[in-house]
Ligand binder design. Structure first.
Ligand code: HEM
Length: 530
């Protein structure tokens, strides 16, 4: 629509040609160096449309950054289905068209990100990495909004804003502070497993290409008969492999480059070295599984791979860089509610909390009509009765639709409901409405297993990174963390405790002053006029 060739014949008088600068009204700009003034020394005049348009558009160039995952990079590519889930035909489990018919390709857009840092923050941060994939399927969009690590900190969405407040900069100093983070973490024992991964080398992937991805939360697959299974998604890097950084390596990179991961992704794709991931699923029957020592819907837990093996279902190749970072990457909007027929929600309460949050924030961050932007719009017909709102770009109508009918039902040529083809999955519920935690919390079991599964150098890194972060914390926080780690694994707790004792000696004092206590003392001193 925008790129059609224009006829400049009637404008010969302005000297406009194909290379000429114009303003947004299409007027050729003949002077882009000087504003209009009374005499060449000013004052300026206020009717200078070109200048006002240019400067006021500039004043509005930024949109709010994402409240989390603000720093990111993106790329286009495709997903190719194997038509199978392991050895079985995939249709046994799901009727989603994106997975049917080996070799079928579906275009995708992926955005990788860090979580806690601001939009231009260093990409070497110890932080989970976002791994969000938009599949432009023939049935409309499917978003798989995941992270690199396979689990999460918390299991109830009510805790998310508090957790993010603790991880983001202090509201007074605007500086990130591990004491605030560990204050929250120490009193939320379900975080112990994620913290164990995060403070190991797995907390700093070498770049965006050489890392895994995971949907983290549990979804459902629904087949033609309306039968459902629980499913978890995992992206495994293919030829590029997995690589993590030690804290020292990350510091060295950060000293010279704060955008190394964005640059790495862009340059790899630019030179034709396309990163690839295999999509694997873990499948479990849709039940409570009392035989497990954890709840399958608890996103702080891994599903053991000996019982629930990874079944490859397809692969993804990223082969095209964005042409415009803002239009494609910054304005991209992913959400866990964006599913297609054959994919469904599980009862995972985090998933429901997330599903409200994404589109809610995007209506604010990008605007009410964010789904009309090319990066977010499905690559298939869209026909709705939703109209207007800020930046409405077009009317999403069916070709023969009567333009006067923007409501349903109607016999005057409006849109009609589509026919339901597959059998609807109808889970049955009969329980009390409550506000309660789940029964099988098992806060520390898997954290201990994860610790014991690390290689020695990974354990060393973990302990040293934890000690570095915890040594400035209030002793009550340190003690609670040591207790949590000890419950996970005795050696784990002992090593953190010994590391902290040594750090205290090196800091030259057994009297530890937490940064919070120090702030309070400084505040008091200020109030007393010191
Ligand atoms: C981004 C909320 C948990 C992965 C976001 C955004 C919000 C949000 C508001 C910003 C979206 C935007 O501005 O477009 C939540 C809430 C959670 C939660 C309320 C828990 C209750 C998770 C978990 C994962 C995750 C468990 C990993 C599976 C992501 C990713 C992005 C993101 C990858 C960035 C998407 C992009 O690249 O645009 N989240 N989140 N979040 N979240 Fe979550």
């Amino acid at each position: 629509m925008d790129n059609e060739k224009k006829d400049y014949g009637s404008r010969k008088g302005t000297g406009e040609n194909e290379e000429s600068l114009t303003n947004r009204q299409g007027h050729p700009v003949t002077d882009n160096q000087n504003i209009r003034t009374v005499g060449n020394r000013g004052p300026g005049t206020l009717e200078n449309y070109d200048f006002l348009e240019k400067i006021s558009h500039f004043d509005r160039e930024r949109i709010p950054e994402r409240v989390v995952h603000a720093r990111g990079a993106g790329a286009h590519g495709y997903f190719e289905t194997y038509g199978k889930a392991g050895d079985e035909d995939v249709s046994k489990y799901t009727r989603a068209k994106v997975f049917q018919g080996a070799g079928k390709k579906t275009p995708v857009f992926v955005r990788f990100s860090t979580v806690a840092g601001a939009k231009e923050s260093p990409e070497t941060a110890r932080d989970p990495r976002g791994f969000a994939v938009k599949f432009y399927t023939e049935d409309g969009n499917w978003d798989l909004v995941g992270n690199n690590l396979k689990i999460f900190f918390i299991r109830d969405p009510l805790k998310f804003p508090d957790m993010i407040h603790a991880f983001k900069p202090d509201p007074v100093t605007n500086v990130q502070n591990p004491e605030r983070m560990f204050d929250f973490v120490s009193q939320s024992p379900e975080t112990t497993h994620m913290i164990t991964f995060l403070f190991s080398p797995w907390g700093i992937p070498a770049n965006y290409r050489q890392m895994q991805g995971s949907g983290v939360n549990t979804y459902k697959w629904v087949n033609d008969k309306g039968e459902a299974v629980l499913v978890k998604y995992h992206w495994e890097p293919l030829k590029q492999g997995i690589r993590n950084l030690t804290q020292k390596e990350a510091n060295e990179i950060q000293a010279i480059n704060t955008s190394h991961a964005t640059q790495d992704l862009y340059e790899a794709i630019d030179k034709g070295d396309y990163p690839e991931w295999e999509l694997c699923v873990q499948i479990m029957s849709d039940e409570e599984h009392p035989e497990l020592d954890f709840d399958p819907l608890d996103d702080t837990k891994l599903w053991p791979t000996d019982k629930f093996p990874f079944l490859p279902v397809g692969k993804m190749v990223l082969n095209k860089n964005p042409e415009n970072y803002f239009a494609e990457v910054e304005q991209a909007a992913f959400g866990t509610g964006v599913l297609v027929d054959g994919l469904d929600f599980s009862d995972d309460k985090m998933l429901q909390g997330r599903t409200f949050s994404y589109s809610d924030t995007q209506r604010y961050r990008v605007g009410a009509n964010y789904l009309q932007l090319p990066i977010n719009s499905p690559k298939k017909r869209v026909a709705t009765n939703q109209r207007d709102g800020q930046s409405a770009y077009r009317v999403d109508m069916a070709p023969g639709q009567n333009p006067h009918v923007n409501y349903e039902p109607s016999i005057l040529g409006g849109l009609k409901e589509a026919e339901q083809i597959g059998k609807v999955h109808q889970p049955h519920y009969n329980d009390k409405l409550v506000r309660e935690p789940i029964d099988r919390k098992n806060e520390f079991g898997q954290a201990g297993e994860t610790y014991r599964n690390f290689e020695e150098w990974e354990k060393d890194e973990l302990i040293s990174n934890l000690v570095d972060a915890l040594k400035i914390c209030d002793p009550r926080i340190q003690n609670q963390m040591i207790e949590n780690f000890t419950k996970a694994d005795k050696e784990y707790g002992r090593r953190v405790s010994e590391g902290l004792a040594k750090a205290r000696e090196e800091m030259g004092s057994n009297e530890h002053v937490s940064s919070f206590e120090a702030d309070k003392a400084a505040d008091k001193a200020r109030k007393m006029g010191h």
